[in-house]
Design a protein around this ligand. Structure first.
Ligand SMILES: Cc1ncc(COP(=O)(O)O)c(C=O)c1O
Length: 411
């Protein structure tokens, strides 16, 4: 049988649609009951105290870093010119908030198997100017969290975990997002659950949470939920800045903020998706395992994914790198797969430093060679493992790749 195999996609049924229709009929379209429900369910799933929902994973990353610029953190607050360690092999909006806050991203290379930076590379890049480490768990593969948390404690730096691709991944039995000071998620359709567009910022720190909400909600000082007034019971009693005493707290601004909120339609879809998460995680793992068993026999041609021994990844995709001495190129195998209706993707930007937006910038620092990021850029690709792919579809991917290898294998 022939299939059309995508790398990712949303998997949903009537529950998501029914919830969205409820929101439409209620007429409460901004953050509302479904937002509250999602926050409750999501924080109890992760075991974190505070969740803020936003309109994308990129907005979540922007808020996570920007929150740490708040003066409430005193000497620890991130200021223009401070350094933030990040990976060159990344999604752009893991890195861009560093530049957008006028800080210096310090780029390090990744390991070719995990596609994550090693703890050694992170520690090597630390200077007196380092204020934070901001990294993604690449393609759902948990970072070396035990060693990273040791570095975070030793150098007293912030750790921002970009978990956009890693909802459901665990390290030492604990879910990712529960290690860093603040963590982020994306609910774009390619991710473990979707809201169409959407994202989340999670933290256990009440000051970070408050700052996230301020920057998300126009920079205002007030922390009332949408549609609520006077949560602080002092709405007309504050004296802040140079404003007259009693100026309405709803309109007092203590940060240079944004509006990055989402709608209750998105949260309503998210509530239904979250119920399916355990099933989605299981299917992603099964699909990955099946592909891994197949690819293992061809490890002379491909660098296969590796992971930390404490890690249980909930994979975003199945990534390989074509080895330099393989009898075929990345281009040839990708073309063959695409011609057989099997979608492929690169590892996002692979090496951001080669992209037009980053070339020639004076406000970045690069530590060491980016050899592995370049190898991934030139020779890596991934195929889907998302829960819409059935075992038969994965078999089709396997048979197609086996045929390709048979054609190209040296006699
Ligand atoms: C690691 C990582 N961070 C951030 C994002 C941005 O998420 P969004 O597309 O929701 O803005 C993505 C997007 O796929 C991602 O893969």
């Amino acid at each position: 049988m022939k299939f059309s195999i995508r790398t990712s996609g949303k998997v949903f049924d009537h529950h998501e649609i029914d919830n969205a229709i409820k929101v439409a009929k209620d007429g409460w379209w901004t953050e509302g009951e479904f937002t509250k429900r999602f926050i409750k369910d999501f924080s109890s799933y992760l075991g974190v105290r505070y969740v803020s929902l936003v309109n994308s994973g990129s907005s979540a990353n922007l808020l996570a870093l920007t929150a740490l610029t708040s003066s409430v953190f005193g000497a620890r607050s991130i200021r223009p010119g401070d350094e933030v360690i990040t990976a060159a092999c990344a999604f752009p909006t893991t890195v861009n908030p560093i530049i957008q806050n006028r800080c210096t991203p310090v780029f390090i290379d990744v390991d070719p198997g995990t596609r994550n930076p090693t703890a050694k590379a992170i520690e090597h890049a630390i200077t007196g100017k380092t204020k934070a480490i901001m990294l993604a768990h690449t393609l759902g593969n948990p970072l070396a969290l035990k060693s990273i948390m040791r570095i975070v404690a030793r150098y007293h730096v912030w750790f921002i975990e970009d978990c956009c691709d890693a909802l459901g991944s665990r390290y030492g039995g604990k879910l990712v997002s529960t290690f860093g000071h603040v963590a982020t998620f994306s609910f774009y359709p390619a991710h473990q659950i979707t809201m169409g567009e959407g994202g989340g910022v999670v933290t256990n720190n009440p000051f970070i949470h408050k700052a996230v909400r301020q920057f998300r909600d126009w920079g205002r000082d007030c922390w009332c939920d949408t549609g609520k007034d006077n949560t602080c019971n002092r709405r007309f009693d504050w004296q802040l800045g140079e404003l007259p005493k009693g100026y309405d707290h709803k309109y007092i601004y203590s940060q240079i903020g944004y509006n990055l909120k989402l709608t209750d339609f998105q949260a309503a879809i998210g509530v239904a998706q979250l119920k399916k998460l355990p099933r989605f995680i299981k299917r992603r793992k099964e699909n990955f395992d099946k592909l891994y068993s197949f690819f293992k026999q061809y490890d002379r041609y491909f660098i296969l994914p590796t992971w930390e021994k404490e890690a249980e990844p909930c994979w975003f995709g199945f990534m390989v790198v074509v080895k330099g001495d393989a009898p075929f190129s990345r281009f040839e195998i990708v073309q063959y797969l695409e011609n057989h209706s099997i979608g492929t993707r690169n590892l996002f930007a692979a090496n951001l430093l080669h992209h037009p937006a980053y070339i020639g910038r004076k406000d970045i620092r690069v530590v060491g060679s980016m050899k592995n990021s370049d190898i991934i850029m030139n020779d890596g690709f991934w195929v889907g493992v998302y829960p819409g792919l059935t075992p038969q579809m994965i078999d089709f991917v396997i048979v197609t790749i086996a045929n390709f290898i048979r054609i190209h294998r040296k006699p």
